[in-house]
Design a protein around this ligand. Sequence first.
Ligand SMILES: Cc1ncc(COP(=O)(O)O)c(C=O)c1O
Length: 375
Amino acid sequence: MSLFKVYPLYQMTPSHAKGCYVYDNKGKKYLDLYGGHAVISIGHSHPNYVNGLSNQLSKIGFYSNYIINDLQAEVAKQIINQSKCKNYNLFMCNSGAEANENALQIASFHTNKSRVIAFKNSFHGRSNAALGITDNKKIKSKLNKLIDVTFLDFNDKKGLLNEISKNDVCAVIFESIQGVGGLDQPSTDFIKFISELCKKHSTCVIADEVQSGFGRTGDFFAYQKHDIKPDIICMAKGMGNGFPVGGVLIKNSIKSELGMLGTTFGGNHLACSAVLAVLKTIKEEGLMTNTKEIENYFRTKISKIKSIKKIKGRGLMLGLEFDFEAAELRKNLIFKHKIFTGGSANKNLLRILPPLNIERKHIDMLYKALKIELS
Ligand SMILES: Cc1ncc(COP(=O)(O)O)c(C=O)c1O
């Protein structure tokens, strides 16, 4: 028996990792500007993380959601404190797709409607409804196509007004910065328009913060720049620094019912200890401030390279756009310069998603490598 092959693999086997570095099984050191796809938020093997998880494991790692887990209440309290999202309740799950799947389920229960408005080039995950509202035909089966969804362009006010006015839409879901799609962003004016229109037509606004949340943009959630209050907020990736965990924040005005949602593993004791370690470190080390500071440094330094057409994104969710395909450059960065970066649906884009405790010297290393490759 072999593995079910679905990933195009880079030929490198990591053996351990520390801070912003990953080491392979031959002892080579790689700078991690990819964070395992925006997952590593506080750095690899952070002492808070290692101690938090080890201590918890020696007490209790898991028990069912049908008994009290006071760590979940602590996670909820601390997320609310740090994000300043008052008047929300938390439901914990295991991944980004699952967070979005639950968000859609909540919206449909709450509004008693089923059509969803999503945006072109969106990515929301690999479960059924999440794939249904993902704009990528290549990865959708016939099953996913049964989800009732309408895709609009960002900033298409007329289209949105037309669709919402039909009064059959349970949710509008958006990424404040499209991750897999290639770092495009809707305007503040448009996001406010979504929020106002949804209020009028009893439709839920869902912010998919799976990639952009937990401090990655320098705000706790990326949508906060637009000064709205979504009905539902989905998070995952950076939340557990690699431990599989997701969460959904749900406005108080949406009422729960016993049995309405459920998960076996979601929000278990180990997952909660991972999230608490992440939250503690973001706060103690001022990682959201660091994110903004390093973004500014990155923009100043990297924009000196003339062959870069555009620097896209926000905080430490950044992309370098070229007028050529970036795959070869990405390969050279890994194998020649020992620097991990990411790709996206936009083939001309190189994505930069490092741990939030990255330093200026790491940006200098990228600059040096890009200078060599692009001169
Ligand atoms: C915006 C967004 N939503 C949802 C997901 C799915 O998350 P997961 O892979 O944890 O299911 C992703 C993953 O890349 C994402 O970027």
